[in-house]
Design a protein around this ligand. Structure first.
Ligand SMILES: NC(=O)c1ccc[n+]([C@@H]2O[C@H](COP(=O)([O-])OP(=O)(O)OC[C@H]3O[C@@H](n4cnc5c(N)ncnc54)[C@H](OP(=O)(O)O)[C@@H]3O)[C@@H](O)[C@H]2O)c1
Length: 283
């Protein structure tokens, strides 16, 4: 990959720009509109939102005001936890398109595999949800289907009834936080891994080893971190509401981390905290 507009090709042939712009915890309204517009102006063509972030409306406004055509952007959203099952998913998807004021999504994800309200029948709930996903996919309202926070046992259960395989799994992947079993499973099944919280939700900046690498390569900690993610074949989704950082996080091409430094970063176990266990979340 040489620029933000370079793409991975998903397992259904759809192209996805190799870095996405994150929007979790970005307040709806002026901040979300301004930061998404700043990202698009800096060259991002891939925006990651979710119904649960409560900022889809602002993302839609930013896209319209950006001056970039809808078809030149890649927009992802996610199904909120209370809405699993066929009927609720159909309603939730319509609402997401309405909020974004768009005719279609490029990628729609099940946000969590096993939300608390469905814990005793999550397999059945996901099967109904996926049937709704496939119906909207076959109707041309979603270009690619995916999942988030799924571990291999969740994917295997989904595949019992799925007719369209997930193209993407979006999971927490940052220095010292890599679920090897899920990474290997997804790589073996042609499911692209998106790295959420690639900067450890801001926790990476206090790690001394990252400071040393920053000095060694003449790059910022964020750039080293995102480069590490990309060199592993992940698609990182950095979030920022700060224009200078939004720009900084795009300068992740044209340098290479050594194998030794890649391993050093991977071994910073726990430096950014652990991923939540999706079978035990309170939501
Ligand atoms: N599927 C899921 O369950 C899930 C869960 C979590 C996240 N995600 C997705 O992944 C995206 C990214 O994850 P994240 O929001 O946890 O955080 P992140 O991208 O790992 O880190 C964002 C934090 O780092 C700061 N930051 C960004 N760039 C910086 C830079 N160059 N220098 C210094 N600080 C910088 C940001 O501050 P400012 O904003 O104040 O600049 C913010 O506090 C989310 O926004 C969301 O789209 C998905």
């Amino acid at each position: 990959m040489k620029s933000l507009t370079d793409c991975f090709v998903l397992n259904n042939g759809v192209e996805i720009p190799c870095v996405g712009f994150g929007t979790w915890q970005t307040p709806d309204g002026d901040v979300a509109v301004a930061s998404v517009k700043a990202a698009i102006a800096c060259g991002y063509r891939h925006i990651d939102t979710a119904a649960a972030y409560n900022n889809e409306k602002s993302v839609g406004i930013a896209v319209k005001e950006s001056g970039v055509k809808r078809e030149d952007l890649f927009i992802t959203s996610k199904l909120a936890n209370p809405c699993h099952g066929y009927d609720a998913t159909m309603r939730a998807f319509d609402q997401t398109l309405e909020q974004l004021d768009m005719q279609y999504l490029d990628l729609y994800l099940i946000h969590w595999p096993n939300p608390a309200p469905f814990r005793d029948h999550w397999q059945e709930a996901n099967a109904g949800t996926w049937r709704a996903f496939e119906e909207n996919y076959n109707a041309g309202r979603i270009r690619a289907l995916g999942i988030s926070n799924f571990m291999p046992h969740h994917i295997r259960a989904l595949m019992q009834t799925a007719t369209v395989a997930p193209a993407v799994n979006q999971i927490r992947l940052c220095p010292g936080c890599v679920d090897e079993a899920t990474v290997q499973y997804c790589n073996a099944h042609d499911i692209l891994l998106e790295a959420y919280s690639p900067l450890g939700t801001g926790r990476i900046f206090d790690v001394p080893q990252m400071q040393q690498l920053s000095e060694k390569y003449g790059k910022t900690i964020a750039q080293i971190c995102l480069r590490w993610s990309m060199q592993q074949g992940f698609l990182p989704l950095p979030k920022s509401v700060t224009p200078a950082r939004i720009a900084e996080n795009t300068d992740v091409f044209g340098f290479e981390l050594s194998t030794q430094d890649m391993a050093l970063i991977a071994n910073l176990t726990g430096c950014c905290g652990e991923a939540r266990d999706p079978d035990k979340t309170a939501f």
